[in-house]
Design a protein around this ligand. Structure first.
Ligand code: FES
Length: 335
């Protein structure tokens, strides 16, 4: 049995006295194992073995690390296992320290704060799917291929990576699904040939793509002639954005708190509402992870995220506070 410990203040995700955001829970790391070169998987469970919140393929959680760092990771385990979550983390030497912390500091028995799960990359019903993964982008697609298989859909997975040894879950996928999985290590076979796979639009097929920005851009370019919404992508880096609609200050009413704050051009809405005492969880602060999603009760947001579809933006009923702003003088938020 794994011994549970809460590591000292500077080293743990949850330290004595640390205030977690209101929607976060404390879970225990029950297993940590290498799953590819530079990639470890973590298994998380409730300290008392309680059931965890349900999730669906494409969901992610927020891991709350030392010093309040929050990082977003896709759930890549079995969604029907109600008692554990699994994530996989790629060490990113040029990153901001989150992946290094997971690799170097977290051990089985440690406790971490966990927010979510949330899903901004849901699997929509379809008879056919083409899944395209680049590197660690395989993680949200793993539960999707399981779901597609379970539902009897016709699916294929195109999985590219630098080298065979850097491609997490490659063996697991090949063993479970055989010829449906096409593994393309770049050093052996070159880059993914998207034109060959996506060159001809197929109206009955949904395409899900996750990986580095150049892969997503290439998929979007090749799918330009496909039906609207046929391609769905999940980004780890922000897409290019138009300039803000307005550069003047605007007011944000925090309806439940009974407060109104002024947002000047030099601060984000997230920063402004936090200064007013609102407790909003964030992670990427680039509009890519969806963590800071907040319901909008009034006004028109100037959406500047890389998550919402055009259709979702048009509803004007939610926004990502880290990057999005206001088209008008006033926004009303459900905070
Ligand atoms: Fe990631 Fe706002 S913190 S979208």
């Amino acid at each position: 049995m794994v011994e549970t410990r809460v590591v000292a203040d500077a080293l743990s995700g949850v330290s004595a006295g640390q205030q977690l955001p209101r929607n976060a829970a404390t879970l225990t790391v029950t297993a940590k194992e290498p799953v590819a070169e530079g990639v470890v998987s973590l298994t998380l469970a409730h300290p008392e073995g309680a059931r965890l919140p349900d999730w669906t393929p494409g969901s992610h959680i927020d891991l709350i690390l030392p010093d309040g760092m929050t990082r977003q990771y896709s759930l890549c385990g079995d969604r029907w296992d109600a008692h554990t979550y699994r994530i996989a983390v790629l060490r990113e030497p040029a990153g901001r320290g989150g992946s290094a912390c997971v690799h170097d500091r977290l051990s089985p028995g440690d406790r971490v704060g966990v927010g979510g799960p949330r899903n901004h990359f849901p699997l929509v019903p379809s008879q056919k799917y083409l899944f395209i993964a680049g590197g660690i982008g395989i993680t949200p697609l793993l539960p999707m291929v399981r779901q597609a298989e379970l539902l009897g859909a016709d699916w294929q997975l195109l999985y590219g990576g630098r080298t065979r040894s850097s491609m997490a879950f490659r063996e697991e996928l090949r063993a479970a699904y055989g010829g449906r999985v096409h593994v393309v290590p770049q050093d052996e076979l070159g880059v993914l040939n998207l034109a060959a796979w996506l060159g001809t639009p197929r109206p009955d097929t949904k395409v899900y793509c996750c990986g580095p920005a150049p892969l997503l851009a290439a998929a979007e370019a090749v799918c330009a002639s496909w039906p609207p919404y046929a391609l769905r992508v999940e980004r780890f880096t922000a897409a290019a954005q138009a300039v803000p609609v307005r550069d003047a200050p605007f007011e944000v009413e925090l309806r439940r708190m009974g407060r109104t704050v002024t947002v000047t051009p030099d601060v984000s809405v997230l920063e402004a509402v936090r200064r007013a005492g609102a407790d909003v969880l964030s992670s990427c602060e680039q509009g890519t992870c969806g963590t800071c999603l907040t319901p909008v009760l009034g006004g028109q947001p100037d959406h500047r995220d890389s998550v919402l579809s055009d259709h979702e933006r048009a509803a004007n009923d939610c926004m990502f506070l880290c990057v999005s702003r206001s088209c008008g003088d006033r926004l009303i938020l459900d905070l």
